[in-house]
Design a binder for this molecule. Sequence first.
Ligand SMILES: CC(C)(COP(=O)(O)OP(=O)(O)OC[C@H]1O[C@@H](n2cnc3c(N)ncnc32)[C@H](O)[C@@H]1OP(=O)(O)O)[C@@H](O)C(=O)NCCC(=O)NCCS
Length: 179
Amino acid sequence: MVICDPSSTTFFVPMLCDRLTIRPSRPEDQSAILSVERKAFGRKDEARLVDQLIPAPLNTVSLVAECDGLVIGHILLTEIEAPVRALALAPLAVLADYREMQVGSALVRAAIETARSEGFDAIFVLGDVFYYERFGFSSKLADPFSVRWQGRQFMVLELKEGVLKGRKGKLEYPEPFLR
Ligand SMILES: CC(C)(COP(=O)(O)OP(=O)(O)OC[C@H]1O[C@@H](n2cnc3c(N)ncnc32)[C@H](O)[C@@H]1OP(=O)(O)O)[C@@H](O)C(=O)NCCC(=O)NCCS
């Protein structure tokens, strides 16, 4: 369980972490982030994606979860071309030893707040419906938007109420997503 102090981005996770901090990633975190991505997914694809997207001249929201100084989780949002000002959420990763303690949820919620405060309208994600619906992501709202990975697992979250009403069209993801 994570206890969140709303006045800061420091959380307290009983047992494993004395202190969990959610903060923007820094260039010196890159190798730790790549390691988390590789270990969490058990393959290199997500680490490769992150390695290409973070240094690229793209708008990103990149946050890490730090447990007593160790990077144990990471989330990346990247701006995409869309009928509204939108980001794509991918990937989200938490090291296996730290799962089921709301670390992933803390990363998602912090990323949503950051995206909202930066003036974005929406966040698209391709992921587990059961996991993302709890944050307000909806497959139905994503239906009018076309991507090559259409389907129930393709969802969107409105960051401003009603901003997607009547909007439709094609989404263009940055090139590293298409490899
Ligand atoms: C998915 C992932 C980031 C979740 O991290 P986490 O810190 O364990 O997540 P949380 O503790 O915030 O989970 C909150 C809830 O989601 C559920 N959940 C966790 N992982 C899930 C998954 N892959 N699919 C569906 N539900 C999941 C948990 O059971 C928990 O449910 P509860 O609140 O009803 O008890 C982590 O399991 C991970 O890194 N997996 C490998 C990489 C991956 O698949 N990333 C893509 C995410 S779609």
